[in-house]
Design a protein around this ligand. Sequence first.
Ligand code: NZQ
Ligand code: ZN
Length: 387
Amino acid sequence: MNNFVWHSPCKIFFGAYTQADIAAECSQYGKKVLIVYGSERIKSNGLFDNVAKQFVTAGIEYLQLGGVLPNPRLSTVHEGVAICKKEKVDFILAIGGGSVIDTAKAIAVGAKYSGDVWDFYMNKGKITETLPIGCILTLAATGSECNGNSVISNWDSKMKRAVGTPLLLPKFSILDPALTATVPRDHTVYGMVDIMAHVFEQYFSPTKSTYLVDRMSEAVMKTVVAIGPKLLTKLDDYGYRAEILWSGTQALNLSLSCGKDTDFASHDIEHEVSAIYDIPHGGGLAIIFPNWMKYVYKTDINKFYNFAVNVWCIDPKGKSDDTVALEGIEATRAFFTSLGAPSTLAHYKIGGDKIDEMAEKCTMFGPVGGFKKLEKQDVAAILKMCL
Ligand code: NZQ
Ligand code: ZN
């Protein structure tokens, strides 16, 4: 196990109507708030009004920036930064899924920076100051509500890139399972795939002696495997939504990477696909991850053997380690397919013509991945397996 620092001061309010005291939380950080959101959905369902009324009563002035799209755009971030600078905003409240939260985080960085916030996404410079942010989460998937990551797409350069800093950890996040009950079936599936993928990225680690964290990871995966199919039979079930919501936060609040090196190559590859083809993140991961697993499993068969036996309950009796490992990978693919997730890039009408470009961009700062380091030709080979 590696040395690590564990410090996660994001206050979580979990449960029904937990947005009821949001003004009290926000007022700790100032008197002027920018509310960031996506579609008009949160206006038609009353959530925006509920928050706005609380702000008025508490004497908090609010401004708003709607229109955040999935695979959120840098152009929206620029709009938000301009508002924050002009209006001297104290605090940013994100209401939505990962795209909205990541946009709010990028605005929080840009508001305190004199250059273009994209610099940080291109590894130019270190983030030293941000505005504080808070979240009302409406979709279980990314874990952005309780981590310091932000992923933004630049449509001019066709690049989707991430930053990560403890400075971007939300001050608080409101997780009301009822607010996720309206997420449509496809995004519910993509969210669950993303949750599983986040655990994979940390579970398949080159670090030895990580027994406890590995068992914690398996618990999150087994929860999604057990509850996911039930949730799809009853999308508005509060209990199932609650289990998946908390799984999403646990999957990427970085507790599952304590003491470990992580991988994240499949995420890097998926971001290149989304950057060009604008596909849903979870849809891309459902295609890429089983192929990544097949490509790398021989690096540590024992890890894949444990994955097969502990998560998928594969009976190893009379089978070689290699066979058990491969059965675990096949079970992963079959699970994603059973949820209705895609298994090939052809599903999104994506051919092989841009594989070279994606592999090149993916490795532009060096090899990706920690479980197995992948060079450009490895990334290209995995993408070919996805066609
Ligand atoms: O505009 P709205 O109405 O919010 O619509 C969204 C959007 O169309 C909709 N939605 C959200 N909550 C809903 C709802 N529809 C009905 N009822 C609700 N309660 O769902 C659609 C997808 O939303 P989005 O925020 O894009 O999904 P998700 O949360 O999966 O976020 C994906 C983005 O996060 C990035 C991804 O790359 C992608 O850009 N990631 C961020 C990470 C992080 N910050 O830690 C890690 C992840 O690995 C990921 O890369
Ligand atoms: Zn993800």
